[in-house]
Design a protein around this ligand. Structure first.
Ligand SMILES: [Zn+2]
Length: 128
């Protein structure tokens, strides 16, 4: 069996590794310079979102892009709070109305913790 498998293959005659048909992703060299003056290049896909900073392979310091890629400050994208998201859906007036409605129900024993439910109310078990 092994003999048969080897029969057609001449040693050193041809490589079984064939790069035909393989498409290499397009690459680019991105330059950086660290705070100690070390220049280095990182190979990246042209499709990569090139970062503005890269750790220097020689000293570990932060290397800044030498190809003009600006560091994006986090302050440019303010964090949306729960309150911001709420205001995108309801106006403050609406929220006040909802709050008042819920407070009335709470004070009337309709909603809230079970021990606050008024037993005399017909719909005291109503949950929301
Ligand atoms: Zn360095």
């Amino acid at each position: 069996m092994a003999e048969r498998t080897l029969r057609g293959a001449r040693l050193g005659g041809q490589s079984f590794e064939d790069e035909r048909g393989i498409e290499f992703a397009a690459r680019q060299q991105v330059g950086y310079r660290c705070t100690h003056g070390h220049d280095f290049e990182i190979t990246m896909s042209v499709e990569a979102d090139v970062p503005a900073v890269w750790e220097c392979p020689r000293c570990g310091a932060e290397g800044l892009s030498t190809s003009g890629i600006e560091r994006v400050e986090k302050a440019e994208k303010p964090v949306r709070t729960h309150w911001d998201m709420l205001l995108e859906r309801r106006s403050e007036k609406e929220l006040e109305d909802i709050l008042k409605e819920r407070l009335d129900l709470l004070r009337g024993g309709e909603i809230g913790p079970a021990h606050l439910h008024r037993p005399t109310k017909k719909r005291s078990r109503t949950t929301v």
